[in-house]
Write a protein that binds this ligand. Structure first.
Ligand SMILES: NC(=O)c1ccc[n+]([C@@H]2O[C@H](COP(=O)([O-])OP(=O)(O)OC[C@H]3O[C@@H](n4cnc5c(N)ncnc54)[C@H](OP(=O)(O)O)[C@@H]3O)[C@@H](O)[C@H]2O)c1
Length: 288
């Protein structure tokens, strides 16, 4: 039986805490589809072999997600890039089509925007601060600069300033980034005048991580979005909540990027019932 099961999955490293299999396998089950979503943990030197052998398996792979640290490194293996990937320069979803061609998509950017919209967080003419300049910051900055509801400005702070400068330069070669400024310290983010603070760093993944932001800079007019979803409430989110700010973790972004990825693979729009099953599967995978 196993031979006829279509395979999907995720490549990255490390993967052992990934919640994606829960969400996608729940959807396959709900739709009564004979398919499985597996973890494919890969070292960088194994990427060449993974792509060379993609079509060999007796259980062919029809699509996969890409996560840290390979969202940019996989670009060179793909046959076609979506227009959004051309702009963002990062892929998190690969579709293997009927001709066995590899098509790269980015569902992180729209996943983030759909979640913001669900939370009724507006971006138009808002003052936004971003912490971090890694892969997820790239997807978020790119999308915030491309949407019609453009913020008034975005200030970005990263521990390693060269990385944020490099990120802005790279994205700026493809996207109008004139509203974005890289700042040298957290103070320069001017959080008291900020509407939306987005944490894209991995600070907070460990419960004992300190917070990059002083508590007294957080205020009730601020919305704080932390991409981290496990733990459910980082120290940043807890302090923000205690200061009266509205907050959200990143589980909704993970959910929506997953829904969009699934729709690319299945070429169907998922109905609300299946989406709810996926969301509950994700929530069930979180530590209490
Ligand atoms: N909710 C979702 O769907 C979703 C999607 C993607 C990512 N995420 C989460 O977002 C986080 C970042 O992911 P990523 O892909 O952007 O990772 P990444 O490319 O590795 O970037 C990590 C970022 O965190 C910063 N950082 C790490 N340790 C730090 C420290 N001790 N102090 C200050 N800054 C520190 C790095 O700064 P330097 O440049 O100075 O090293 C960099 O800006 C992860 O926690 C990930 O789980 C969530």
């Amino acid at each position: 039986m196993e031979d006829h099961v279509s395979q999907y999955g995720i490549i990255g490293n490390p993967l052992k805490h990934s919640l994606s299999p829960l969400m996608h396998n729940a959807a396959f089950k709900a739709l009564d589809v004979e398919a499985i979503y597996n973890l494919f943990p890969l070292e960088e030197h194994e990427l060449d072999d993974f792509f060379a052998n993609l079509h060999e398996s007796t259980s062919p792979i029809f699509g996969f997600n890409v996560t840290v640290p390979y969202k940019e490194k996989v670009l060179k293996y793909l046959d076609t890039l979506s227009p959004l990937v051309e702009k963002v320069g990062a892929v998190n979803t690969v579709v293997i089509n009927k001709e066995r061609k590899l098509v790269g998509y980015n569902t992180d950017s729209p996943g983030f925007m759909i979640h913001l919209s669900e939370l009724r967080v507006e971006t138009s003419d808002k003052r936004i601060a971003v912490l971090g300049a890694g892969g997820s910051a790239k997807a978020i900055l790119a999308t915030l600069c491309m949407i019609p509801e453009r913020p008034e400005y975005i200030k970005i702070y990263n521990r390693t300033a060269e990385r944020s400068e490099k990120l802005l330069k790279e994205l700026g070669s493809r996207i109008n980034m004139d509203i974005v400024e890289s700042v040298m310290s957290v103070d320069d983010l001017e959080l008291r005048d900020t509407d939306l603070l987005i944490n894209t760093t991995s600070m907070g993944l460990n419960e004992e991580d300190p917070c990059l932001i002083e508590e007294d800079l957080l205020h009730p007019d601020l919305f704080v979005y932390d991409l981290i979803y496990n733990p459910k409430e980082t120290l940043l989110l807890r302090m923000a909540r205690e200061q009266g700010a509205r907050t959200s973790n990143g589980l909704g972004m993970l959910f929506y990027q997953g829904v969009l990825a699934f729709q690319h693979w299945a070429q169907v729009e998922l109905d609300d019932e299946v989406k709810q099953i996926m969301r509950e599967a994700l929530e069930g995978g979180l530590q209490p």
